[in-house]
Design a protein around this ligand. Structure first.
Ligand SMILES: O=C(O)c1ccc(O)c(O)c1
Ligand SMILES: [Mg+2]
Length: 598
């Protein structure tokens, strides 16, 4: 199917928007009137530009407050419309969107609306234009798709059809099954947007919070199935009004948009993408750092052993249980301290995983970083984290390990079993994109998004996991653009005894994040503990959570560069991440940062 995007969904000038849409692989665009008005290009130049980029202009929009008005006003509207139709002829656009009226002058008279829309369509036809009538969810008298369709049906004009917009339909809770009663050829256009489920005024919701399909709470794919069953064969077009996208760079937003449409097409059976290959575990986490010393001191105190070094590069492998951490001090390193740069994912089919990622527009990284290295399939996540797909069938040492030479020191261990989860701070504009990427590309399940109070802002956090918990990634983002430089990434290490692990770490000279006494007083009020238990937690800075499934105990190391570690003990079926404790942890980290000036 053809794919299209409204220029309002992307930031920048009209030319920047068109370039971004074309580069992301869209077939066409909806041109928003404001983008055209603000452009220095003539309609002919815009037409030529689109043609050069291989984009069709699938829709010009919007015309507002046209129908169901007194005759004198309608005459003025027709005159205005002629101007627009002439402009569309110059643009080479053949479909115009007319939104249902919000004018106080509009009357509640379907027959009048049908008659005037029919006359509008007569005029449009003279210019080779078709009129697509859309019910705005907040239209004055027409606010549902079935009502708009009844008016179009009454008019019975060949140049008049309806435009369906998933936001208007689903935000009002209309039943989309009725779409199948509309003849497909009378659905002139289909606009798609998702949105988070918010209880708010529908106009504000639409103008500020729309997002790409799969990133909100609507069943957009279910709606599209009904539209396709009706026989619609026009483009799938994204129309997203969103405050964040208005500020984000157009290029990445357009890629995010098209990935969302590809996934939607797959869901409705209209795209054959390579099957998802769900990773089964974390093979390694790779930290890059300009100065290995603070990081290696931390790893040593945590009980890690430097078991191997890379044959050709300044990369060391630190191991403990099934936790493997690479410390890279090579030239790719950023100067602003240690950070998590790459994740090795154990995959039953690395080549298949990479094929799917590529089909879903993830940048593919060179398979071999040096001539002598094992070839590894790798792609970049939206935040730039490199994802390596490593063969992990358990039938011998994994391929990447062959690039490393043993130091002869076996991993002994400080009670760490493996990696429990990885927490990745996302750039401000890419949070929803990241969740969709990990879900759609990697086949992980996304949990609910949670808000966490930080002393200097609000964090959003969302876990994406494999069904058995073998891979758990927590995506977080701050509420303001600066937050992503403040909040660090972290590696959570699984242990069966967090008290013992924390003690061992402290005895080895490791610094645990101190937690305020008030927190423990509150814990005492909320839960009952065995004699001495709470005092132990208080002493070590261990945080505690309990839910119907089990118990979660965790503590944190100091931060090195942009990275810190967490020790995590899960008991029973606890599946969360201690979100209730996050505000206390964040405040404690801010306090430490204030003291050290780091
Ligand atoms: O918010 C609006 O006014 C508006 C305009 C055009 C549309 O297609 C739409 O869905 C909303
Ligand atoms: Mg619309």
């Amino acid at each position: 199917m053809r794919t299209s995007i409204a220029t309002v969904s992307l930031s920048g000038s009209l030319t920047e928007k068109l370039d971004a849409a074309a580069r992301a692989g869209f077939d066409g665009v909806e041109i928003f009137e404001n983008d055209l008005l603000a452009s220095p290009l003539t309609p002919e130049e815009i037409r030529a530009r689109c043609a050069d980029l291989g984009l069709s202009i699938d829709l010009y929009q919007p015309m507002r407050d046209v129908e169901a008005v007194p005759e004198a006003e309608f005459a003025r509207n027709l005159r205005r419309a002629r101007h627009k139709f002439e402009l569309m002829r110059r643009l080479g656009a053949d479909t115009v969107l007319v939104c249902s009226s919000v004018s106080p002058h509009a009357v509640d008279d379907d027959a009048l609306a049908a008659e005037q829309l029919s006359r509008l369509a007569d005029t449009a036809r003279e210019f080779g234009v078709r009129v697509a009538y859309e019910a705005l969810a907040w239209g004055r008298h027409v606010s549902t798709y079935d009502h708009a369709w009844r008016i179009v049906e009454t008019a019975g004009h060949p140049a008049l059809g309806t435009c369906l917009d998933s936001f208007h339909i689903l935000s009002r809770g209309s039943d989309p099954r009725g779409i199948e009663d509309i003849p497909g050829e009378k659905i002139f256009f289909l606009q798609l947007a998702d949105a988070p489920l918010l209880a708010m005024d529908v106009l504000q919701w639409s103008r500020h919070y729309r997002c790409f399909p799969g990133q909100g709470g609507f069943d957009v794919a279910g709606l599209v199935r009904h539209v396709l069953a009706a026989g619609y064969d026009g483009p799938l077009s994204l129309e997203v009004f969103n405050d964040v996208f208005r500020q984000a760079e157009a290029g990445p937003t357009a890629v995010d948009a098209r990935r969302s449409l590809l996934l939607l097409q797959e869901t409705v059976g209209r795209a054959a993408l390579p099957e998802p290959v769900v990773p089964t575990g974390v093979a390694f986490a790779e930290l890059v750092t300009p100065d290995a010393e603070p990081l290696t001191a931390l790893l040593r105190a945590l009980g890690f052993t430097r078991t191997a070094r890379h044959r050709g590069k300044p990369v060391a492998l630190w191991e403990q249980g099934d936790a493997r951490i690479l410390v890279n001090t090579g030239p790719a390193v950023r100067r602003d301290g240690a950070q998590l740069a790459a994740i090795g994912l154990e995959s039953p089919d690395p080549a298949g995983a990479a094929r799917r990622a590529e089909a879903l527009l993830a940048p593919v990284l060179p398979r071999r970083r040096a001539a002598e290295d094992a070839a590894l399939e790798a792609v970049a996540a939206p935040d730039g984290t490199e994802l390596f797909f490593c063969a992990g069938d358990g039938s011998g040492p994994p391929g990447w390990r062959a690039d490393f030479e043993d130091t002869g020191r076996p991993a002994t261990g400080g009670g760490v079993r493996g990696i429990d989860h990885l927490a990745l701070t996302q750039p401000w504009h890419h949070f929803d994109e990241a969740a969709l990427f990990h879900r759609g590309v990697l086949g992980l399940d996304a949990r609910e998004s949670v808000d966490v109070a930080d002393p200097y802002g609000l964090l959003r956090s969302r876990a994406v996991t494999s069904a058995d918990g073998g891979v758990r990634i927590v995506l977080t983002v701050g509420a303001a653009p600066t937050d992503d430089t403040v909040h660090a990434q972290h590696i959570a290490l699984a242990t069966d005894d967090v008290v013992a692990a924390a003690r061992r770490f402290r005895e080895a000279g490791g610094g645990l994040l101190p937690v305020p006494a008030n927190y423990y007083d509150d814990l005492a009020a909320r839960f009952e503990f065995a004699e001495g238990e709470l005092e132990t937690y208080r002493d070590l800075g261990i945080l505690y959570d309990r839910d119907a499934d089990g118990v979660f105990r965790h503590c944190y190391t100091r931060t090195v560069g942009r990275v810190f570690f967490e020790l995590v003990q899960r008991e029973g079926g606890y599946r969360g991440y201690g979100a209730a404790n996050a505000p206390v942890r964040l405040a404690a980290q801010h306090a430490v940062r204030g003291l050290t000036g780091g």
